[in-house]
Design a binder for this molecule. Structure first.
Ligand code: PFF
Length: 462
């Protein structure tokens, strides 16, 4: 444990906008472009989207503000920050556990995240090379399920390339690495996405259908599992509950307003998810395919569409390039909390800590990767899930909501009111009280209720 007199992190983002870019870079990723469309499909479309939007507004935004405020006030990595603020508030050192759970969740998420990002890198190359041109749905399905997912050397290669890229950016530090890369990646991503949206709106002839699928709120399709998925996804997509945003908050300039900055990030993230849906569903419908097919939605349905349409080779290549960029700007934030902790705690070079962590993640990632093929048998499963699905389930549905709940309770109940008031510096007391009501009561209660109902359902065999 570091002493109170330990030097705080030295760097700060150049401007408020750099923080916005970095935090949106973290938030916008595979969660928006790969996961959001397929879980929306699995959970029946519009009603799920509505619950997800409510979770973002009522739970996500207040918790993101809490993370930034904790990080910026402490100006340390999350583990040290939580321990220090707990002491400062006269609370138990156990609160430091939130930082530990965050670091663990980051490593677990990155393990499977890197594998999926690897698929995306592979598809970027394959599509640009024209290898999917003219293939039928069945052939594309086979190329994914029986081809790529079974090809351990290829999967390993791309997983390794992606981890190496992530490590490189993080090792270069917050200015040269994180700041420079997001300044380049985020505008590129927005431009590519808008281009794709124009295509989907004008060329597919099924834009209205895609739009209705996302925004027709049919509550008869909503299940309790769907509510848990919506809550979990709102944490995942905003990078909450595992201290990534807290780590970024530690570098946030003092004069920047936390409230408006966080709302901007949440709006950007939500907009990208909705636009991704508006790009993907019309293309899927235009090709007579089903939106319900799970993780393969992007890699099978959408890719079949790219294989069939004129210009799909380029369009598809560009699309997967976009997905890879979005993944990279998120993966760097998955490793930043632990890298910052190791660098501060052991006084070691940033590059050394990043290399050690990346090797650990790479090994876990190999476990996730093998659980899709060599280790897909029941003897390798826990709760009926292989390592890939288990890590996804444990992090998105359990660790992130729990982490977020404790962060909210910490900011709302444990930290001194005067400290929080000063750090948030909201324009009016009404806004402050609103934030406080959300973090003290609404967010923790929402997470708690969803958990209890889910457990109840599971025990009743529903
Ligand atoms: N928000 C990222 C996405 O939507 O892809 C995933 C993620 C990044 C989750 C960073 C958690 C995190 F700390």
């Amino acid at each position: 444990m570091m002493s109170d007199s330990a030097p705080t992190v030295t760097g700060t983002w150049a401007t408020r906008w750099t923080f916005i870019l970095a935090a949106s870079g973290s938030a916008i990723g595979l969660g928006n472009i790969w996961k959001f469309p397929f879980i929306t499909g699995e959970n029946g479309g519009g009603a799920f989207v509505l619950v997800y939007l409510i979770c973002i507004a009522m739970v996500g935004i207040p918790i993101m503000m809490s993370e930034v405020l904790i990080g910026r006030h402490a100006r340390h990595n999350p583990i040290t920050a939580m321990g220090q603020l707990a002491r400062e508030s006269g609370a138990s050192r156990l609160w430091g556990g939130i930082g530990w759970m965050g670091v663990l969740a980051g490593i677990m998420i990155l393990s499977f995240y890197s594998v999926v990002a690897g698929w995306s890198l592979d598809y970027t190359v394959e599509l640009f090379a024209g290898n999917f041109n003219g293939k039928t749905g069945e052939e594309v399905g086979k190329a994914f399920g029986e081809g790529l997912l079974q090809d351990v050397p290829k999967l390993t290669l791309w997983h390794t390339v992606f981890m190496a890229l992530t490590a490189l950016v993080v090792a270069l530090g917050i200015h040269k690495g994180l700041e420079n890369s997001v300044k380049l990646m985020m505008p590129a991503l927005f431009i590519l996405l808008i281009g794709m949206l124009i295509y989907s709106a004008t060329q597919t002839g099924h834009f209205g259908e895609g739009f209705a699928y996302l925004f027709d709120f049919d509550f008869s399709k909503l299940s309790v599992d769907a509510v848990l998925a919506a809550l979990g996804h709102s944490f995942f997509t905003l990078s909450l509950g595992m201290c990534a945003i807290m780590a970024y908050g530690a570098y946030m300039p003092k004069q920047a307003s936390i409230g408006s900055t966080v709302i901007t990030v949440a709006i950007l993230d939500t907009a990208v998810a909705l636009v991704a849906g508006l790009v993907i569903f019309p293309i899927v419908f235009a090709n007579g395919m089903e939106p319900t097919q799970g993780p393969g939605l992007l890699f099978v349905s959408l890719t079949t569409a790219f294989a069939q349409i004129p210009g799909g080779q380029i369009l598809g290549g560009v699309f997967f390039l976009l997905v890879s960029i979005a993944a990279l700007s998120s993966s760097i934030s998955l490793i930043e909390p632990s890298a910052a902790w190791m660098t501060e705690r052991f006084n070691m070079g940033r590059a050394t800590s990043v290399v050690i962590l990346s090797v650990i993640v790479w090994i876990f990632g190999m476990g996730c990767l093998l659980s899709l093929n060599e280790w897909s048998g029941e003897e390798y499963q826990v709760f009926g899930m292989g390592m890939f699905d288990l890590f996804d389930f444990l992090t998105a549905n359990i660790m992130l909501p729990l982490g977020g709940m404790f962060i909210a309770i910490f900011a709302g109940w444990i930290m001194k009111r005067s400290v929080v008031l000063n750090e948030l510096a909201l324009k009016s007391l009404v806004r402050f009280n609103l934030w406080r009501a959300m973090t003290r009561v609404i967010s923790p209660l929402a997470v708690f209720i969803v958990f209890v109902v889910t457990l109840y359902q599971k025990f009743n065999g529903a």
